[in-house]
Write a protein that binds this ligand. Sequence first.
Ligand code: SF4
Ligand code: SF4
Length: 304
Amino acid sequence: MRRWGWKPGGKRDGFQIWRYVSLISFQWIFFFLIPEFLFRWAVEYQWVGERLAHDPAFAGQAWRAYGLVYAWPLFFYTFFGNPSQVWVVWGLILAFGIIPVLVLFHGKRYCSWICGCGGLAETLGDRWRHLAPKGKTSIRWEFMNSIVLAAAVAVTLLVLARDFFHIFGKPAQAGLEYYHLFADVWLVGILPVTLYPFFGGKVWCRYWCPLAKLMQIFSAAFTRFRVSRFAIDANEKCIACMECTRNCQVGIDVMSYALKQEPITNANSSCIGCGICVAVCPMEVLTFARQAAGPAGLVQITTN
Ligand code: SF4
Ligand code: SF4
């Protein structure tokens, strides 16, 4: 917040300050205080109602409270292991109701305003943000998050099928164990943080996160149907200093969009809406769009 909350002339950057307040608040409240303390108190003092407080499938599983904000497929455990119906209903509303609406208005800002993986990258990983791989090859490697998303979908279907057909028992268990080992332990936990000093903070979010891929699909579709409210526009003042490109943590060549005055959307990039390119631009070229953006942007023709 100290690095990005104030611009070089000392002017306050409200967008960045609120972004860091949001990140810090979500980590403290939803990923620490609620699952570790408040959930237990809510059960003990029956804030959740007498019925839920006495339901062992709900009361005895405080860890499921991480699913209050972590959506499927990032946290697919919400639906596994005989959950209380409350979590199943909430998980469906979150993944297929709240997330798409959030994406409609804010693109993939879940990654830069809410998520714990993004929060660690935006704080601990921030000093290496300029090391994010750039260029066409690095963008091609983003196909890997489609594979992780497909694996998450396959494991989810297998585990759900197991409840109806016993034949899926072993494959479902094996799928869960392999996914846990490869995705949750290596791809979320160990590899990306180890790679911060070499490839910047967004290795998991950019290349492997299945939720980021799902939001990308939603956001790109909204953009193509011209209903998305998320885009970054550029005016004609770009001086090609490259500061925006250098500081983009997901390796987007922001300057090339700015020089062409082409809006950045999720149909043409994996932008997560962190706004750092907007903050570092010395010419105030970039702004978040206030209108629905189409795939190629709209050109306004005026007559005198
Ligand atoms: S293009 Fe700008 S807003 Fe989007 S991820 Fe890169 S730095 Fe953040
Ligand atoms: S930081 Fe601004 S002026 Fe510099 S290249 Fe990017 S858009 Fe152009």
